[in-house]
Design a protein around this ligand. Structure first.
Ligand code: GRF
Length: 189
């Protein structure tokens, strides 16, 4: 029987889709009591779209700045999960899903967030600042970059010989469990 709660996952143009896949699998395995009804991507020729097809989830191709298109693509979902969408989400989408749009960031917010803080930029900044600990943050999405309330964080030590790549790899593994745990917490209460 399909779950009552519907999720939409919005990915970005780089579209690797590893968080997306972790969420879809957790829903399909019944770990998260929800159904992923749509993956929304800006173009078809990205790995995330291929992976969504393999996992049997409908894909809707919508440009990341097409507010009406995004609203329509997410019309039948309860929760919206951003996973690699690097823009500010149009206000219309937030208004349609008040308090139900979440994102994951590969650092411990409020540090190392904001415009331009994505991918290797984040991990390079963490290492350059000499931070002993990094991690990831699942947070609510607002009209500003990375400023919504934190839902859950997971941490990992920054090792003396870490590069941005090695730190990114450890943080990404944490992201997958963090996103799933956050959804369990939000949906099951
Ligand atoms: C992740 O590092 C996430 O924190 C950030 O974008 C990246 C998406 O990676 N928001 P993936 O496409 O889920 O593998």
């Amino acid at each position: 029987m399909p779950a009552d709660v519907g999720l939409g996952i919005v990915v970005g143009g780089r579209g690797r889709g590893s968080n997306m896949a972790a969420i879809i699998r957790a829903c399909q395995e019944g770990v998260v009591n929800a159904e992923v009804r749509a993956v929304v991507a800006p173009k078809a020729d990205i790995p995330a779209v291929e992976r969504a097809h393999e996992l049997g989830v409908p894909v809707r191709i919508v440009s990341g700045n097409d507010a009406h298109g995004l609203v329509a693509a997410l019309a039948d979902v309860d929760w919206v999960c951003l996973a690699g969408y690097l823009r500010l989400l149009p206000a219309e989408v937030l208004a349609n899903h008040v308090g139900r749009v979440i994102n994951i960031h590969p650092a411990l917010l409020p540090k190392f967030g904001g415009q331009g803080m994505y991918g290797h930029h984040v991990h390079e900044a963490v290492i350059a600042a000499g931070e002993p600990v990094s991690g990831c943050t699942v947070h609510y999405v607002t009209e500003a970059y990375d400023e919504g309330a934190t839902i859950l964080q997971k941490t990992t030590a920054v090792l003396p010989d870490d590069t941005a790549e090695s730190l990114a790899k450890r943080v990404l593994a944490l992201e997958h469990t963090a996103y799933v745990e956050a959804l369990v917490k939000l949906i099951d209460g």
